[in-house]
Design a protein around this ligand. Structure first.
Ligand code: C5P
Length: 238
């Protein structure tokens, strides 16, 4: 029924809205993304609640700081029991290495399975023009590949990327690497403010392992049906 490859973005602000959506989606959705808006609004109780409901949690807080601080931050977050967390590749190889090591050590100490740790490459909101303006000589796509390779070298489990970048990343880093893609729109769904989109099947065919979907499910007249249709489309891609 549910498919762990579908992660529904909980872009709401209150515990009540979380409960209403999780309730509506019931058994059809097993994985949720908690981002900074929600986490900064209501804090860790949202993760505790989702775990009590036997859901998986991607804690999307995009940490970026010096290695020691990111490692400490992740160690603190480990207590919450999220299944996936993320950091910015922009923090560099040493930071990513230390982050991966801190998660492994904290999991070992707690005798728990370590959560997946993935890296944000180049934010999809940054245009080629803006990227150049920041002083870079590489193209955005080249940089995404450089970051994905560094993330792998650092021992991370994968990256967050646009579905349009997934194929190039997959061929650069090989099979054993998560590619988590937002910007997914089923055929006929509103594009909203997303630019580089793909359908659920298209994103998987490009090499994505997980799809982050927000509005196409949340804002649908029948969110459960919308999620089930996405899962059906996903099941056709192995
Ligand atoms: O509603 P929609 O499906 O566009 O939501 C996508 C989710 O993925 C949102 O939570 C958004 O913040 C997140 N995201 C994104 N693009 C990125 C990184 C994260 O859309 N590059």
């Amino acid at each position: 029924m549910a498919d762990d490859r579908l992660i529904v973005a909980l872009d709401v602000h209150t515990m009540m809205d979380v409960k209403i959506l999780v309730d509506k989606l019931g058994d059809s959705v097993s994985y949720y993304k908690v981002g900074m808006e929600l986490f900064y609004s209501i804090g860790e109780r949202v993760v505790v609640y989702l775990k009590q409901q036997n859901k998986k949690v991607f804690l999307d807080l995009k940490l970026c700081d010096i290695p020691n601080t990111v490692a400490g931050g992740l160690t603190s977050l480990m207590n919450l029991g999220a299944d996936m967390m993320n950091i910015h590749a922009f923090g560099g190889l040493a930071m990513m290495k230390k982050a991966a090591e801190s998660v492994r050590k904290a999991a070992e100490k707690a005798n728990k399975k370590p959560p997946k740790l993935i890296a944000v490459t180049v934010l999809t909101s940054i245009s080629e023009e803006e990227w150049k303006e920041m002083g870079h000589n590489t193209s955005v796509e080249e940089q995404v590949i450089i970051f994905a390779k560094l993330a792998k070298k650092a021992g991370l489990d994968g990256v967050v990327a646009s579905p349009k970048e997934a194929a190039a990343i997959r061929s650069a880093v090989g099979e054993d690497f998560l590619i988590v893609t937002p910007g997914v729109r089923p055929k006929g769904a509103s594009v909203d403010d997303q630019n580089r989109i793909a359908t659920p099947a298209g994103a998987l065919k490009n090499g994505a392992t997980h799809l982050v979907v927000g509005r196409p499910v949340r804002a649908a007249e029948d969110p459960k049906l919308a999620a089930e249709e996405i899962i059906k489309e996903m099941s056709e891609v192995k």
